[in-house]
Design a protein around this ligand. Structure first.
Ligand code: SAH
Length: 220
C-alpha cells in the first residue's frame, strides 16, 4: 500500500468504528485520523494495520485492536492540557493518540517494562514530532510515576489482577483511570473515577489483554 492508500484505510477504519458504536467523540475520531497506525506495527504486518485486530509487536506483546484503542480513549475523556499516564507503552500507538488529545499544553508519560519496546516506541514518536508531548519511561508502571504525579487521567493497557493502589493514589481529585481487570485469560474494562475519598467503578467491555507484570500486577 502507498501513503494515499493508508490514508484511505485510516478513514475507513474510523468510519467503521463509528458505525459499530466504538467511537462517538469527534475529537477522538480526529486523533485516530491523525496517527499513522501503519508505522506502529512491524513491517510484515503493515497491510493489516487497519484491520480491527491486535497485532504482534515483538517480545510476545501486541498492539491493541483499533476498536479497543477507540473505546478506551473515549472512556478516558482526555481534555486539552491534561496530564496523562499510560502504563504499557508497547508500540507507542496509544501514546501517540493521547498526545493528539492533550495538545501542547498537556503531557503524556508512558511506561514500558521491556526496554527494546520502549526504545522502538520512542523512536516512532520522535519521527512524528511527538516527543515534546510524550515522555517514555522504562520501568514497572504498576508503581505509577511519582515524579510527575498527580495525573488527570491514567490508562493501563495490560491486564491487571486488581487495581494497583499506587495508580489510585496518583490520580488527581476528579481524575479517571481506565484499566482491564480480571484473570490472565479475560478481563473487564473498568472506569474508575476519584470523587473525594470515594472511588466510583463502572464496568465496560469484556476484553483480552497481555498481562500486567509487576509489583502490583502479576508476578514475573
Ligand atoms: N498500548 C500499547 C499496547 C500495550 S501491550 C500500544 O498502543 O501498542 C501491553 C504492554 O504492557 C506490553 O508492551 C508489556 O510489556 C507492557 N507491560 C506489562 N506490564 C507492565 C508494567 N508493569 N509496566 C509497564 N509496562 C508493562
Amino acid at each position: 500500500m502507498d501513503l494515499e492508500e493508508y490514508v484511505r484505510a485510516r478513514k475507513l477504519m474510523v468510519e467503521r468504528l463509528m458505525a459499530a458504536g466504538y467511537l462517538r467523540n469527534p475529537r477522538v475520531a480526529e486523533a485516530l485520523l491523525s496517527v499513522p497506525r501503519e508505522l506502529f506495527v512491524p513491517e510484515a504486518y503493515r497491510q493489516l494495520a487497519y484491520d480491527d485486530r491486535p497485532l504482534p509487536i515483538g517480545e510476545g506483546q501486541t498492539i491493541s485492536a483499533p476498536s479497543i484503542v477507540a473505546r478506551m480513549t473515549e472512556l478516558l475523556d482526555v481534555r486539552e492540557g491534561h496530564k496523562v499516564l499510560e502504563v504499557g507503552t508497547g508500540s507507542g500507538y496509544q501514546a501517540a493518540v493521547l498526545a493528539m488529545l492533550v495538545g501542547d499544553a498537556g503531557h503524556v508519560w508512558t511506561i514500558e517494562r521491556i526496554r527494546s519496546l520502549a526504545e522502538a516506541a520512542e523512536a516512532r514518536l520522535r519521527s512524528l514530532g511527538l516527543l515534546r508531548r510524550v515522555t517514555v519511561i522504562v520501568g514497572d508502571g504498576t508503581l505509577g510515576y511519582p515524579p510527575a504525579a498527580p495525573f488527570d487521567r491514567i490508562i493501563v493497557t495490560a491486564a491487571a489482577p486488581s487495581i494497583p493502589q499506587p495508580l489510585v493514589e496518583q490520580l488527581s481529585p476528579g481524575g479517571r483511570l481506565v484499566i482491564p481487570v480480571g484473570s490472565k485469560e479475560e478481563q473487564t474494562l473498568l472506569v474508575v473515577t476519584k470523587e473525594g475519598n470515594e472511588l466510583r467503578v463502572e464496568r465496560d467491555l469484556e476484553v483480552i489483554f497481555v498481562p500486567l507484570i509487576g509489583k502490583y500486577g502479576w508476578p514475573e
